[in-house]
Design a protein around this ligand. Structure first.
Ligand code: ADP
Length: 409
């Protein structure tokens, strides 16, 4: 073909001036022209490739694939880069292969179609890519290693922080206990000085007055004062007992003693003791139908519980009111309720009632320490019982104690 004749000046000038390898093939994939760069790239002499199949320049294993690509390319006839994500290789005359990049340019001359391929040797670029890839892999490895080491350090740090937190909590806890103990002591001292003062001066007055009644006919008056003294001493004794109870509950030194006893026995004792405290016109309604009830429980604790509730009912109610004690059995539970018509507990303060030392605003004019209900609740919890209440200010309160009756039977 005249136009590709290597002696054609234009062709010579155009192709030899280009540093990329140029190969022109016809429709049958026969090489019709090459330039000097292509010849030296593939190791051929001038014109040695002309007339040979394009496959001469392609490693054997790509022949088949290349052939089908070539045909569809010929049909589309648009200029484009070859390869599309695949690595392309060229085959040198000496049989060695090397990576190439190829740009394809179809064209038509005198009614015949040709393809001009521009070939670049990309061995160096590939090597660099590989190097970069290796570097990247190495870098990623290092990053992974560092991340692992960092994660381990973080884990260690977290553990250390956790340990320190635990240690801090322990210190805080013992500080809290220490503070509570010192609070207890302070409270005890202030309670003793406050709560003991009134009864002690009462005792002193009664004792002084009793001493003045020297005549025989004044025996009744003397007895009245002696009774007052006895009551007040009992009251002081109760406060001291409460403090001892707290100490024993706190240190876990309470030994509960189960025994079988009729519930009426405890109720009688409680009401007998409470009668001395009743205000003018106050009455206690004895529970009905309890004569046959025998339970197994800690008798002393039950007595302490009911004494507390009944004494509170008396203390926080005015004259001429009624206190109801009700006892019911429900399955293997015994329910004892103490209802009064007293001042009640303000709704906002009800949630604090079982807290140690807590006393409601409306109760502050009455003597008290705020310890009783706390102790009762602690004991009942230890014995699988419960204590709850409902109360309405200025209407009255109902305290409800539930205990298991089968305890140790
Ligand atoms: P104290 O009676 O010595 O103050 P308690 O622990 O027995 O201590 O009672 C705590 C608080 O609960 C009382 O100060 C009072 O405010 C309230 N409270 C207990 N029982 C009654 C009741 N029956 N009616 C009204 N308030 C009560």
């Amino acid at each position: 073909m005249e136009v590709f004749n290597s002696s054609s000046d234009i062709y010579q000038i155009l192709t030899e001036a280009i540093s990329e390898g140029i190969v022109v093939v016809n429709e049958k994939q026969i090489i019709v022209a090459t330039n000097q760069s292509l010849n030296s790239l593939f190791g051929y002499k001038k014109d040695e490739l002309v007339g040979k199949s394009l496959n001469t320049l392609i490693p054997e294993k790509y022949h088949h694939n290349h052939s089908s690509h070539f045909k569809s390319f010929m049909n589309e006839s648009t200029k484009r880069q070859m390869g599309h994500g695949r690595d392309l290789y060229g085959l040198k005359k000496d049989g060695s292969t090397f990576p190439v990049e190829a740009g394809l340019n179809p064209f038509e001359i005198y009614g015949k179609r040709y393809v001009m391929a521009l070939i670049i040797d990309i061995t160096v670029r590939k090597e660099q890519e590989l190097e970069i890839q290796e570097l990247n892999t190495e870098l990623e490895g290092k990053i992974a290693e560092r991340t692992k080491a960092l994660n381990e350090s973080i884990l260690k740090l977290q553990k250390e922080v956790e340990k320190r937190k635990q240690a801090e909590n322990k210190i805080k806890e013992s500080l809290r206990k220490e503070r509570e103990l010192s609070d207890l002591k302070t409270k005890f001292l202030s309670l003793v000085s406050h709560e003991f003062k009134t009864p002690l001066s009462g005792i002193f007055t009664s004792a002084t007055l009793a001493g003045k009644y020297t005549k025989e006919e004044q025996q009744e008056k003397r007895e009245k004062h002696i009774k007052t003294i006895q009551n007040k001493v009992k009251y002081l004794n109760n406060i001291l007992d409460d403090f001892l109870s707290i100490e024993r509950i706190e240190s876990g030194k309470v030994n509960y003693k189960y025994s079988n006893f009729p519930i009426s026995k405890v109720i009688n004792e409680v009401i007998y003791g409470a009668n001395m405290l009743l205000k003018e016109g106050q009455i206690i309604n004895y529970p009905e139908g309890i004569d046959t009830i025998v339970i197994s429980f800690d008798e002393k604790i039950l007595e302490l519980t009911l004494t507390n509730l009944v004494n509170n009912a008396i203390k926080y109610s005015s004259e001429n009111t009624t206190i109801d004690i009700r006892v019911t059995e429900e399955g293997d539970q015994l329910i004892i309720e103490v209802e009064d018509e007293g001042m009640g507990i303000p709704a906002a303060e009800q949630k604090h009632i079982f807290n140690r030392y807590f006393r409601a605003e409306n109760a502050l004019l009455n003597q008290g320490t705020g310890i009783g209900l706390n102790i009762v609740q602690n004991h009942l919890e230890n014995l699988d019982g419960t204590i709850t209440f409902t109360s309405e200010e200025n209407k009255g309160s109902t305290f409800k104690v539930t205990i298991p009756t089968m305890g140790n039977l």
